[in-house]
Design a protein around this ligand. Structure first.
Ligand code: NAD
Length: 500
């Protein structure tokens, strides 16, 4: 491990100040392409977590009274600053995660789009009105903020996912405590610096680092009202159950296994190229990555062609323009991916392309995994059951679209899916019958833009209201409905002349 370079800082952010944690547990943050030590992240103590929540609670009193147009303007300034620093944020994120530069910038960009949406908060907070529900009686509703909200985020989108959460929550009048992934906390630090530069008052946003203890303290804290979590299904189930048992509103966006159905009438080039990018892009470390291709009928003859195209998509350094994607986030995650590839071979899947031994010139220590392709995969195999989170594509072969739909619907996760076809009828049948919350038609990774919501289903989501969009606003607010009676005689003595 190279320790000679100047280390970056991953401090806590409490009550408007960056502070070094006094905690005793810390982890190295390394560049996954080189193992270079970038920073050490120290986990917050219980007292520091309490201080972060107390700061957010105190700030809520004045922040909720700040006019909504001012809160919107903060988001406008913030999105302008994020755009101004887009390249710099992309370069930092690329170091932190290993993502190739354009992909790292994409991570930032998809977050900026949510900040733009948060800048529209006045219209999104509009309630409903009905005049004259009884004689002299009107009813109307407001959306009011909840108080202190908490966000727990994963390693794979260190800009986009924090930005799914705190801008909308804060624009709606809440205050926030962010607990980013301990694996790549440097981008969130920069996101906060820019938020302060945009004019965010102290206490409105706080950040603590940590693992399970910090998370559990936050999600059961008496002064926390709502918990938004994104991460693996194993942790998400725990967070949902613990937070809701403690009386919190919770939304948990979790793990996935996303299928693309390939119909024999699909455009072959477009389909196979989309499959390469959607399975190996970002080293397969996307919750919406396509990890299973279901070939219907004769389209199965394209698998060898697909293997050749995948072979051309090789990993590399963040600034290598020819690299299709970067390394796996950690050595432990890489080992897990390699074990699953081995399991696939032993369980009888046909391995067309094996990326286990791939090397990247000049970067011998990176957590590399080359593109890997299996066919003849069946639902009982570990490579099908587990979320691999690596550049590994499993191919299944079926005879009919009905069979493809039944296979996908039999799985308990439902984040995203897609179909490639030239038949409107097949596409419509698929979109109607599939039990998955986000469907692409000739689009491999159908992540909704922020005026919609991110609507994973089944085992990919726990909660009632999804992230961002209208549902995100509803998640971070409570509806208050007012029924008011005023008769014209209530105008009072001073008003009687004016009203004549
Ligand atoms: P993870 O579950 O390991 O970590 C997520 C967060 O939970 C981190 O902040 C981590 O510190 C915390 N955490 C870890 N273990 C914990 C425990 N025992 N108790 C309490 N908190 C704990 O996930 P990850 O590896 O960082 O991210 C990858 C996963 O996230 C994949 O499964 C991916 O599908 C999923 N993901 C889902 C979505 C979605 O929208 N559905 C989006 C991105 C990522």
């Amino acid at each position: 491990m190279n320790t000679s370079a100047t280390l970056l800082k991953a401090p806590l952010f409490i009550d408007g100040e960056f502070v070094e944690s006094r905690g005793e547990q810390s982890l190295p943050v390394t560049n996954p392409a080189t193992q270079q030590l970038l920073a050490n992240v120290t986990f917050a103590t219980s007292e520091e977590v309490d201080r972060a929540v107390a700061s957010a609670k105190a700030a809520f009193e004045s922040w909720r009274e700040t006019p909504v147009s001012e809160r919107a303007r903060l988001m406008m300034r913030y999105q302008a600053l994020l755009k101004e620093h887009h390249d710099e944020l992309g370069a930092l994120l690329a170091k932190d995660t290993g993502k190739v530069f354009e992909d790292a910038k994409g991570d930032v960009w998809r977050g900026i789009e949510v900040v733009e949406q948060a800048a529209n908060i006045p219209s999104m907070l509009m309630g409903e009105t009905v005049e004259g529900v009884a004689k002299g009686v009107d009813s109307y509703s407001y959306k009011q903020p909840l108080g202190v909200c908490v966000g727990i985020t994963p390693f794979n989108f260190p800009a986009m996912i924090p930005l799914w959460m705190f801008p909308l929550a804060i624009a709606a009048g809440n205050t926030f405590v962010l607990k980013p992934s301990e694996q790549d906390p440097l981008t969130p630090v920069r996101l906060i610096e820019l938020f302060i530069e945009a004019g965010a008052p102290a206490g409105v946003l706080n950040m603590v680092h940590g693992g399970p203890d910090v998370v559990d303290q936050l999600i059961t804290h008496n002064d926390v009202k709502a918990v938004s979590f994104v991460g693996s299904s194993r942790v998400g189930q725990h967070v949902y159950e613990t937070a809701t048992k403690a009386g919190k509103r919770a939304q948990c966006m979790m793990g996935a296994k996303n299928h693309m159905v390939v119909m024999p009438d699909a455009d072959r080039d477009a389909t196979l190229n989309a499959l390469v990018g959607a399975s190996a892009g970002a080293a397969g470390q996307r919750c919406m990555a396509i990890s299973v291709a279901v070939f219907v009928g004769d389209s199965a003859n394209w698998i060898e062609d697909l293997a050749q195209r995948m072979k051309a998509a090789q990993p590399g350094a963040w600034d290598d323009k020819d690299a299709a994607y970067g390394p796996i986030i950690s050595q432990a995650s890489r080992d897990r991916v390699l074990k699953l590839i081995e399991a696939g071979k032993h369980e009888g899947a046909t391995c067309h392309l094996d990326g286990s031994d791939v090397q990247v010139e000049g970067l011998p220590d990176g957590n590399w995994v080359g593109p890997t392709l299996f066919s003849d995969v069946t639902p009982d195999m570990a490579i099908y059951r587990e979320e691999i989170f690596g550049p590994v594509l499993c191919c299944m072969q079926v005879e009919t679209l009905d069979e493809a739909i039944a296979t996908i619907n039999a799985l308990d996760v439902g984040n995203g899916t897609s179909i490639f076809t030239q038949s409107g009828g097949a596409a419509r049948k698929f979109q109607h019958e599939i039990d998955v919350g986000q469907v692409g038609i000739n689009i491999p990774i159908p992540v909704p833009l922020p005026f919609f919501s991110f609507t994973g289903w089944n085992g990919s989501f726990r909660g009632d209201l999804h992230a961002y969009g209208k549902q995100g606003v509803q998640f971070y607010t409570e509806t208050k409905t007012i029924t008011a009676r005023w008769t014209h005689s209530d105008t009072g003595p001073n008003m009687s002349i004016a009203l004549k």
